[in-house]
Design a protein around this ligand. Structure first.
Ligand SMILES: [Zn+2]
Ligand SMILES: [Zn+2]
Length: 386
């Protein structure tokens, strides 16, 4: 009897913990009997716990009708760990807008899309929904000084665009506190990218953006390094000139002259050692750490564009964001860079920056770095990564 009561007490505590946790995660939670909960959970919770949107959980020996049993046995602790582990690191927001695209879409497109070796034609503009992943990273640069930076990278999962300016333009809307609108049931959201695809994008897209964020810091370091090098050089050069002057004033074969010459050599060695010390002092180590991800769902206007080069063509999509009021630029498919213009490759009509279609360092023939990421298709020389 006593052990029965203790068990019941533990079941109640478990039910209380789960109810609190799920309410905190914005689930709707209703106690049901015997010893159960009926819960309506948001997508993130469904993913972490492996439950449906509407589900019944049971905690006692007798389960409510249709309930899954939750307890310390099985993998429920792992599932709760998954839910708690993402605490504050993953959030979801929905924004809405019924703004129309202003003016002539052809002109908006012509302003954004600049192709140096191909033509394009706007085929249509349709209302659509998209999903952005907005990821924040903390970068720490450590040398004789330490500095932390936060870099934000947003990707449109429907088009693969990395619309930095649109993401910045959306920030004021994300600060609003009113409840998020509901995504219509017929909204056709792009699928979540798998880990490999996200990591592959980050490997290309993050380093150039970190370079930009770190640039003032690195410039400051370089300035101080140059100043210190200059000071070292001046000091040792003066010493060197002085010993040399003394040496040449003495007759050849004079032991004092040999001593001055040795002293001059020592000055040279000391100078090189001090330069090495400086290089070590200013060597910079950069570490990057993922901080959080925002899943942002919102309506856009999707432009369908036909790219034409010689006899080939390819259809691409570009989104116009109604809150940032901008057309998202196409991303370089090789470097993830945003600089213009774009070139179009012959074989697959990839849109790349000139760097993505640069001549081979071996044979001089230009080749597409998306079609041939590993090496030149003609001579096999591997591209030098910048
Ligand atoms: Zn080659
Ligand atoms: Zn290509």
């Amino acid at each position: 009897m006593i052990s029965m009561q203790r068990e019941q007490h533990a079941d109640n505590r478990m039910r209380g913990f789960v109810a609190d946790l799920l309410r905190h995660e914005d689930a709707l939670v209703e106690p049901i009997e015997p010893e159960g909960l009926e819960v309506l959970t948001p997508a993130g919770v469904q993913r972490a716990l492996g439950v449906g949107e509407l589900s019944r959980l049971g905690f006692g020996t007798a389960l409510p009708a249709g309930a899954q049993r939750v307890g310390l046995e099985g993998d429920w602790l792992d599932r709760f760990d998954r839910l708690l582990g993402t605490q504050g690191r993953w959030s979801r927001r929905v924004l809405s807008s019924d703004a129309r695209m202003p003016g002539d879409p052809e002109r908006v497109l012509g302003h954004e899309l600049v192709l140096d070796n191909a033509t394009f034609r706007l085929q249509g503009v349709t209302p659509a929904w998209t999903r952005y992943l907005v990821m924040d990273f903390r970068a720490s640069a450590v040398s004789d000084d330490k500095r932390d930076f936060v870099t934000r990278l947003g990707v449109n999962l429907a088009t693969g665009a990395l619309p930095d300016a649109v993401i910045i333009g959306l920030e004021p809307f994300l600060e609003r506190t009113e409840a998020d609108p509901v995504v219509p049931a017929d909204a056709d959201l792009p699928a979540m990218w798998d880990r490999t695809r996200v990591v592959g994008l980050l490997e290309r897209a993050l380093p150039p953006r970190l370079d930009v964020a770190l640039d003032p810091f690195i410039k400051g370091l370089r300035r101080r390094l140059a100043r210190d090098q200059e000071r070292l050089h001046r000091y040792h050069n003066d010493l060197h000139l002085e010993t040399m002057r003394r040496a040449v004033a003495l007759p050849e074969g004079d032991p004092k002259r040999a001593r001055e010459e040795q002293r001059s050599d020592a000055v040279g060695r000391e100078y090189r050692a001090k330069l090495d010390d400086l290089a070590r002092q200013y060597a910079t180590r950069v570490t990057v750490e993922w901080v959080q991800t925002l899943e942002l769902v919102m309506p856009v206007h999707r432009l369908t564009v036909q790219i034409r080069r010689r006899k080939a063509d390819r259809i691409i999509a570009l989104d116009w964001n109604p809150l940032a009021r901008r057309l998202e630029p196409t991303v370089c498919e090789a470097t993830a860079g945003l600089e213009r213009p774009r070139l179009v490759c012959d074989d697959a009509l990839h849109l790349v920056t000139p760097r993505g279609l640069a001549p081979c360092t071996g044979c001089g023939r230009a080749f597409c770095r998306v079609c041939h990421p590993a090496a030149c298709p003609k001579c096999g020389v591997r591209p030098v990564s910048s």
